[in-house]
Design a binder for this molecule. Structure first.
Ligand code: IZC
Ligand code: ZN
Length: 408
């Protein structure tokens, strides 16, 4: 048996449970002072405070620091070719995100670069990003396709995700997002692209077990709520769990759709209306909020306090992508959770651990430090939770442990 004993933990902070926490529960964190944690064969065997057990194990001295569960980044567009730094000048001239897209740039510029890239090139690039994420304390992440927009290139991206899952420590949950934009070759033929998505791509992705989730960009000029419903229903028929990019720029009904399709999560929700919040609360949908994208777009911030009051479990993620959030830093997202969403540090911790795990259907396995869960954790250069939410711009992750092994 492989044993790792982490002793001399100044403060161990973790949410508890095997499902998303909502309302007041989101801010309930278990705190153990002068703690230790024993991992056996990659899982948490026991957690306690006071004198650590004496047994035959590799010992890691936490030097009195803070320990939390490994962070979970539940929303990334990890697989893409190129970058979009040329859009910065356009943005500075006042051209909006949707205008850039309508002119054939934005997502479509990344589609051209992704189609031109080989599997190896995409894999090398994503592996570098994953290493950076791991250094920031992220031990599990979701990764979407969505820059291929044809069968071959969407499958190429999903195969890269599958391969990366076995080649590096960050576990990946794959999401098919062929409904990220209408590809230019279908500009005059929307219906045909919807048919391709529902009748060809989704069934093939499911047959090859290349994704767990199906996502759609429900937005003005992209996919309507009705089209989004069709795509997500087609995904469900093939066993793909619905996620939805809703209310990022315009509230066109995306968040209300969560109840209708039984979405596991809704993403962005920057301009989520009260009816959308009510729908998510009823459906038990996790609101996966992406404050670094609001920051980067110069947009407003999602009404997270209203969501928490309404009993919607809130997760936060990076939204790492080459357009609206070219950052992998989930610690910055935690800062923004406090400063812009007015969440407490305890609510923030739940949002980037247990609730993020729930958004990718893994709350039974990860997202908290309790006996039986995977031993994924971060030792922080910090004495407490307030400190990691208060400091900004530095990487405070000191040591990262994945499945009971030190990886950073
Ligand atoms: O590449 O712009 N919002 N999709 C929906 C994105 C942002 C990613 C991108
Ligand atoms: Zn996104």
């Amino acid at each position: 048996m492989e044993r790792l004993l982490i002793n001399n933990i100044g403060l161990l902070a973790t949410p508890e449970g095997q499902s998303a926490r909502c309302g007041e529960q989101q801010g309930k964190i278990k705190l153990l002072e002068k703690a230790w944690l024993l991992a056996e064969d990659g899982r948490v065997a026991a957690v306690g405070s006071g004198a650590a057990p004496q047994l035959d194990a590799q010992v890691l001295d936490a030097q009195g620091k803070l320990v939390t569960p490994g962070l979970v980044d539940a929303h990334t567009h990890l697989i893409f070719g190129g970058w979009r730094q040329h859009e910065l000048a356009l943005k500075l001239r006042g051209v909006s995100y949707l205008e850039i897209l309508a002119q054939g740039g934005g997502i479509l510029s990344t589609v051209r670069a992704t189609r031109a890239a080989t599997e190896q090139e995409l894999s090398d690039k994503a592996a570098a990003a994953l290493h950076e994420m791991l250094c920031f304390g992220v031990t599990t992440a979701e990764a979407k396709s969505g820059y291929g927009l044809n069968t071959e290139d969407e499958l190429k991206a999903l195969r890269v995700i599958r391969r990366l899952n076995s080649e590096q420590p960050v576990e990946l949950a794959a999401t098919f997002m062929g409904a990220h934009a209408l590809p230019p070759e279908y500009k005059e033929n929307r219906e045909e692209y919807l048919r391709l998505l529902c009748e060809e791509m989704i069934p093939q992705v499911a047959r090859e077990h290349l994704a767990e989730f199906c996502d759609v960009f429900c937005e003005t000029g992209v996919f309507t709520a009705e089209e989004s419903r069709r795509i997500l229903e087609a995904g469900k028929r093939c066993g793909l769990i619905p996620k939805i990019h809703a209310d990022e720029i315009d509230p066109i009904g995306g968040s209300q759709l969560t109840r209708e399709v039984g979405a596991i999560s809704a993403e962005h929700l920057i301009v989520c209306p009260p009816e959308g919040i009510a729908a998510m609360a009823e459906a038990g949908t996790v609101a996966c909020c992406l404050p670094a994208t609001s920051f980067y777009l110069g947009a407003t911030f999602a009404p997270v306090r209203d969501m928490i009051s309404a009993g919607v479990p809130v997760a936060m993620a990076s939204d790492f992508n080459p357009g609206s959030c070219p950052s992998l830093n989930l610690q910055f997202v935690m800062n923004l959770g406090c400063l812009k969403y007015r969440m407490t540090p305890e609510e923030v911790l739940t949002a980037v651990t247990l609730n993020a795990a729930a958004a990718i259907r893994r709350a039974d396995r990860i997202g908290s430090l309790e006996a039986g869960k995977q031993a994924d954790l971060v030792i922080w250069d910090a004495p407490d939770l307030n400190y990691i939410c208060y400091r900004m711009g530095s990487n405070l992750a000191h040591t990262v442990v994945k499945k009971g092994k030190v990886v950073v």
